[in-house]
Design a binder for this molecule. Sequence first.
Ligand SMILES: [Zn+2]
Ligand SMILES: [Zn+2]
Length: 257
Amino acid sequence: MAQSSALKKPAWQERWEEIKPAPFRTAVEVLPGLYQVRTKGSSAYLVVDDDEITLIDTGSPGSGIKILEAMDELGRSPEDLKRIVITHYHIDHVGGLAELQDWVPAKTGVHLAEAVHVESGEPLPSPFVNPLLAKICAGWLENHGPGRARVDEILADGDELPAFGGMRIIHAPGHTAGSISLYFPQRGVLLVGDAMQYKFGRLMLPSRVFTQDMTAASESIKKLSRLQFETLCFSHFRPILSHADRKVREFSRTLEA
Ligand SMILES: [Zn+2]
Ligand SMILES: [Zn+2]
């Protein structure tokens, strides 16, 4: 049970918090210490070490509170969140960042190509590749901006951060120019954000509707297929829990050279 919650909850509430099954929890454990958090519009991930927590992505605007709730479910306080890493600038990944930065002491890292979108405070560029859809969506983005967020650290391919015994930044452009994947070699985990889709038990290229450069996206999947990992995590799909690298290698062979 969370010790950090300032609210006094009635006993039945506490009982439910203890026994509720996975579908009712905000955070679902993928592996010990790695949690997929349902945010508005996508998933975020909490990487929980003894002394600090790293958050990957922040969901759409309004998701900040869900991430703090998930940490509360794990019995951890907002002060434990020391690092936020953003896989790419799309609204369903960066939307909760500004609000979270008001509440937690975390430092935020993004790739250089995404930093301007995150920090400008201007409406985000449309995620739609099709010009007509982009135009339709522009008005909505104008009124649903995530607010100005802070970038503390520019992340580049090959950088290592201390989460989970070592978290390596893998630049995987295509979906956006500065998309990154996070690789945890000590734990055999790769987290790809929107660089791949996993539907009906099949790996697929990222959505054509939202991907800037499909050729680069294919190249990035080939790059990721050279890594060794057991578990593969996505921002919009359930994780693959075993032999995931083999599945990515098989998939990458089907992509044109
Ligand atoms: Zn995206
Ligand atoms: Zn997304």
